[in-house]
Design a protein around this ligand. Structure first.
Ligand SMILES: Nc1ncnc2c1ncn2[C@@H]1O[C@H](COP(=O)(O)OP(=O)(O)OP(=O)(O)O)[C@@H](O)[C@H]1O
Length: 322
């Protein structure tokens, strides 16, 4: 459904060029939930914004292509991109208030979006809006439909945003840290809801998060990003239980051990490299305790380490030493 190939994106800021993405490739099939995980600044949001055609004006796509349902997204006009976002690709961001009209009642907002996509009377659209609140498991949907966004809790608002995003209904939902601001119980319920929507409607989901626990809970596959590159990708279970890239191992190692509170928290030594001047070798070499001369000199490709075709079920890593 979605295939991103060798995507590189730079930002011009003052006199500088920040190379935020470097040859990023990833794909998402129908009904699949694919996680993009990495530290702050690794390029997760830039990847999503490029697919949505929402990059800021100082951004430049320097190479690559994005094919969505057979069409090259990077060649679409602003009008076509707008239509794509409205109808085929839904969006859910961390802060639900950014997607909601603050002075319009929930039911009216939903009904308006529904009418944009379907030829329904106002009354029919409103009834459909109430139904869509029910579908995202909002109790007393009639009552909630009559409320304003500020009258709802954060978790309820995010459910409303999901209902709005699903209204078209889209083939692909792009979610950028949708549960980060919520407490863990609500987070779990929202994740369960997303899994259910994906299962019942076949909606594909690009799920951006910095939280490996969330990836383990919802994602079929995951792409681990570091400093604008995908360094490892594969089925979630395989990547988390048998990580091949030292960065993925560090991320997993940095998770707190709940069974041993005395265990000191591990952090990843060093800093993300300067994106103005990307190193020529492995992007993680400066923070990798195993790096040798070759790692500093040559950039490893994202590839399987087992020669037998398909042996790793698409588990790929960009590391010379694996
Ligand atoms: N408009 C912009 N101008 C200049 N640099 C930008 C711009 N937008 C993003 N960047 C840079 O691109 C890089 C990737 O940013 P991005 O927001 O994709 O990271 P992220 O992985 O989503 O991080 P976070 O988890 O903090 O949202 C960062 O170095 C960021 O500073």
């Amino acid at each position: 459904m979605l295939s991103i190939q060798n995507l590189s994106v730079s930002f011009t800021s003052m006199q500088d060029q920040i190379k935020a993405l470097h040859q990023v490739s990833l794909s998402i099939d129908r009904g699949e939930i694919v996680g993009i995980v990495g530290e702050s600044g690794s390029g997760k949001s830039v990847t999503a914004l490029t697919v949505l055609g929402l990059l800021e004006r100082n951004a430049k796509i320097t190479e690559g292509e994005i094919i969505y349902n057979g069409q090259n997204v990077l060649k679409l006009s602003p009008k076509e991109l707008h239509a794509l976002r409205g109808k085929q690709i839904g969006m859910v961001f961390q802060e639900p208030m950014t997607a909601l009209h603050p002075t319009m009642k929930i039911g009216d907002q939903l009904a308006e979006v529904i009418r944009r996509h379907r030829n329904l009377s106002k009354k029919e659209a409103y009834a459909q809006a109430v139904k869509s609140l029910e579908e995202v498991h909002i109790r007393e949907p009639q009552l909630v439909a009559r409320k304003y966004p500020f009258e709802l809790s954060g978790g309820m608002r995010q459910r409303v945003v999901i209902a709005l995003a699903m209204a078209a209904p889209p083939d692909l939902l792009i979610c950028d840290e949708p549960t980060t601001a919520l407490d863990v119980t609500i987070q779990h319920e929202i994740l369960k809801l997303m899994k259910e929507l994906s299962n019942t409607r076949g909606t594909a989901i690009m799920f951006i998060t910095h939280d490996l626990g969330v990836v383990a809970e919802v994602c079929h596959r995951v792409a681990v990003m570091y400093a604008g590159e995908v360094v490892e990708t594969g089925e979630t279970k395989a990547v988390l239980s048998d990580p091949q890239h030292p960065y993925t191992r560090s991320l997993i190692g940095a998770l707190p051990d709940l069974t041993d509170p005395d265990q000191p928290l591990q952090s990843i030594a060093g800093e993300i490299p300067n994106l103005r001047n990307r190193p020529q070798g492995c992007i993680f070499a400066s923070r990798c305790e195993h790096a040798d001369d070759r790692c500093r000199r040559e950039r490893p490709e994202l590839k399987s380490w087992n020669e037998t075709a398909g042996a790793n079920h698409g588990h790929l890593a960009a590391c010379w030493l694996r």
